[in-house]
Each structure stands twice: as structure tokens, then as C-alpha cells.
Write a protein that binds this ligand. Structure first.
Ligand code: NAP
Ligand code: GDD
Length: 326
């Protein structure tokens, strides 16, 4: 019998790559989608997986525990990947209560549903480097032991989820892993996140479809990896024969938003300084300045190694947008 996996937020960037990864491993893949008035967009990233019924979808929302109970009861999955969230940091300042309900309390709804109807399922929780805020260890990295000091409603909600997962693991012996993932991107990344926003705009400018690119803080640095590499880390955690634990997943290399613009525009024989406009609208009330992760634990205990670099990832994203417009 094939193993069954349930992915919340299956139509997100990570959900789509994880579905492909699990299907290749022979899993029966189930996913939850949130109802949208435009039905095409609620499964747009996984259209190619729906054709032969490879992936099975159910409506569910993290804020509606009854919907979670219903699907977990129906599927009884061996593995649950909780990827659903309001995942945009800037938006979390505009919608703090909604973000907390989904990204924070939503996780507790899922844990309770699971505890009631499928307590032996293994659970992956999508925790985030945003939880560290501006805390950095003396050597310049963040790791599992770095104290958490979130600087956004999103980060605060993720810290709650991280802690409640640890609490359920310790209190009830549930098999729950927190993957503390640093930023990861791809051609499927939402274009309101900075990498895909920059790449898409640079290609449009090159093709004469756009004149300027409005951005916020260019000095912030991030440790950017590729989503394909990171979904493998999620799976590795749930295959571990060690006790359930928390793992940082990161490349260990960081770049500024300015570096990102420089590399992307250069590749297209453009100078970003001629096109980028600094716009207050994209600044955050409190900024997280620098992220660089140490994933030694994940690499040494579970054998994870990323295949993409910052450059090969951006090249793939540029290629995607060039093909799309040409
Ligand atoms: P994403 O593209 O924004 O996908 C999030 C998914 O969650 C979407 O399918 C979304 O559906 C769904 N969702 C939103 N609200 C929901 C709700 N109330 N109930 C059920 N589903 C809901 O995010 P991602 O980049 O794939 O990230 C996956 C997870 O990892 C998220 O939890 C994110 O916070 C976390 N994370 C991401 C990164 C990163 O760099 N990508 C790093 C660390 C942690 P709609 O599209 O219909 O809204
Ligand atoms: N989105 C965006 N748009 N960010 C901008 C812009 C802009 O126009 N201009 C500058 N930035 C800066 C932000 O201020 C931030 O410092 C950096 O670019 C990265 O922003 P995002 O791409 O929006 O990602 P994020 O780091 O805030 O959050 C992502 O990574 C987290 C992990 O660290 C999200 O995927 C979160 O869900 C994830 O947890």
C-alpha cells in the first residue's frame, strides 16, 4: 500500500513542489484548498497534477477545525505537511488578526484535529527564520539555539505555532517536526515577494513592457535557497529514525536585496540603478535586517544538501519569465 500524505496549502509554492516530490516517491497525495470565487486560481500551481487524479483535493481552511477533522478522518494520512499560512510578512502588518488566526491558531486547530482522529500521523510544521527577528549569534548565523525575537505579526504567529508544536510533542508524544526554513524561492514564488518581483520586473523592463520597479529596503539581507531543495528537507525530517526534533534549513550564504537586483539586471545587460525607485509603501513598520542560517544539524543528522545556488536559482527564474513573455 502506498503511503498517504496530506498537504495543507497544497496550491502554494512549496505545496506544489512537495506534491511533485511525493508523487515521484510513490505517495498517494491529498491536499487542502481554500475556497476562492475564481475556481481556476485555487489550484493554479498544481493544475498539471490534477489531470489524471494524481492529487486529490478537498476544501478546508485552517480556521475551520471541522474541515480539518473531516479530511484527516477521511484520509488517515501517515504524514501531514502543514504548509498553509498567510505567509506574507508585509501583509501581516495590514492584517495582523487574520494572520494570527490562520498562521498561529490555525496550527493549533490542526494539532487538535489530528490528536482527536489520527494521533499517530507524523506532522511537519512550516516554521520560519522570521521567528528569530534581529537576533544573530556572535558568528553571524542563526541556528536552532538562537533565541527567538520576532519583529512582525507573521513572525509572532509562527513562534506560537512553533511552541505549540513542541508542547504537543512533549505533552502527548505526537510525532511533530518543526522545519525552521530560511527564505526559499522559485519561478512559482508569489510575485509580491522580493525575488520574483525583481526578476519579473527586470524581464519586463528588458522587453519594453515596464519602465520602473518600485521597491522598499534594498539593504536587508536574506539567505535565499530554492524551494525544490527545501521540500526535500521537509520529507527527510519525517523519514528520520531519530526522535522528532527541530531543524534549520538554509544555504548558509546571504545576499542583500541590492545584490539580488544587481545580479538579475546585469544578466539582462541592464543597470538596476536606472530603473529602481525607492517607495515608502514597500517599507515595513519594523524590519528584519539580516538572515543567514546554519543548517549543520540538518546536513549532518539527515544528510540534506542543496543543489541550487543563489545564482542558478535566479537564472532559472529569469529563464521562466523570458519564456513566459516571449
Ligand atoms: P504560499 O505560497 O503563500 O502558500 C501558502 C498556502 O496556504 C496557499 O496555498 C494558501 O492558499 C494557503 N492558505 C492561506 N490561508 C489559508 C487558510 N486560512 N486555510 C488553508 N489554507 C490557507 O507559501 P509558501 O512559500 O509555499 O510557504 C509554505 C509555508 O512555509 C507557509 O506556512 C510559510 O509561512 C512557510 N515558510 C515559507 C518560507 C519561504 O521562504 N517560502 C520560509 C519559511 C517558512 P491561497 O493561495 O488560496 O491563499
Ligand atoms: N516583498 C517585498 N517587496 N520585499 C521587499 C521589497 C518589495 O518591494 N523591497 C524590499 N524588500 C525587502 C523586505 O523588506 C525584506 O527585507 C526582504 O526584501 C525580503 O522580503 P520578502 O521577499 O517579502 O520575504 P520575507 O523575508 O519578508 O519573508 C519570506 O521569508 C520568510 C522566511 O524568512 C516569506 O516567505 C515568509 O513566509 C517566510 O517565513
Amino acid at each position: 500500500m502506498n503511503k498517504k500524505a496530506l498537504i495543507t496549502g497544497i496550491n502554494g509554492q512549496d505545496g506544489s513542489y512537495l506534491s511533485e516530490f511525493l508523487l515521484k516517491k510513490g505517495y498517494e497525495v491529498w491536499g487542502t484548498v481554500k475556497r476562492n470565487s475564481v475556481s481556476e486560481t485555487q489550484s493554479s500551481r498544481i493544475e498539471h497534477l490534477l489531470k489524471d487524479g494524481k492529487v486529490k483535493l478537498e476544501y478546508a481552511d485552517l480556521t475551520d477545525m471541522s474541515s480539518l477533522i473531516r479530511i484527516i478522518q477521511k484520509v488517515k494520512p501517515e504524514e501531514i505537511y502543514n504548509l498553509a499560512a498567510q505567509s506574507h510578512v508585509r501583509v501581516s502588518f495590514d492584517q495582523p488578526i487574520y494572520t494570527t488566526n490562520v498562521t498561529g491558531l490555525g496550527t493549533l486547530n490542526l494539532l487538535e484535529a489530528c490528536r482527536m482522529v489520527s494521533p499517530n500521523s507524523k506532522i511537519y510544521q512550516a516554521s520560519s527564520s522570521e521567528m528569530f527577528g534581529n537576533n544573530i549569534d556572535d558568528d553571524g548565523y542563526q541556528r536552532e539555539t538562537t533565541p527567538m525575537n520576532p519583529v512582525s505579526p507573521y513572525g509572532c504567529a509562527k513562534v506560537f505555532s512553533y511552541n505549540i508544536c513542541r508542547n504537543y510533542r512533549n505533552s502527548y508524544g505526537m510525532k511533530i517536526w518543526n522545519g525552521i526554513l530560511f527564505n526559499h524561492e522559485s519561478p512559482r514564488r508569489g510575485t509580491n515577494f522580493v525575488t520574483n518581483k525583481v526578476v519579473k520586473a527586470a524581464v519586463r523592463i528588458k522587453l519594453g513592457l515596464q519602465e520602473k520597479l518600485h521597491l522598499g529596503n534594498l539593504d536587508a539581507t536574506r539567505d535565499w535557497g530554492h524551494a525544490k531543495d527545501y521540500v526535500e528537507a521537509m520529507w527527510l525530517m519525517l523519514q528520520s529514525t531519530l526522535k522528532p526534533d527541530d531543524y534549520v534549513c538554509a544555504t548558509g550564504v546571504s545576499h542583500s536585496v541590492k545584490d539580488l537586483c544587481d545580479y538579475t539586471f546585469n544578466k539582462l545587460d541592464l543597470d538596476f540603478r536606472d530603473y529602481v525607485v525607492i517607495d515608502e509603501k514597500h517599507m515595513r513598520p519594523e524590519e528584519l535586517y539580516d538572515l543567514k542560517g546554519d543548517s549543520t544539524k540538518l546536513r549532518s543528522e539527515l544528510g540534506w544538501t542543496p543543489k541550487y545556488t543563489f545564482e542558478t536559482m535566479l537564472d532559472e527564474m529569469t529563464e521562466y519569465w523570458l519564456n513566459k513573455y516571449e
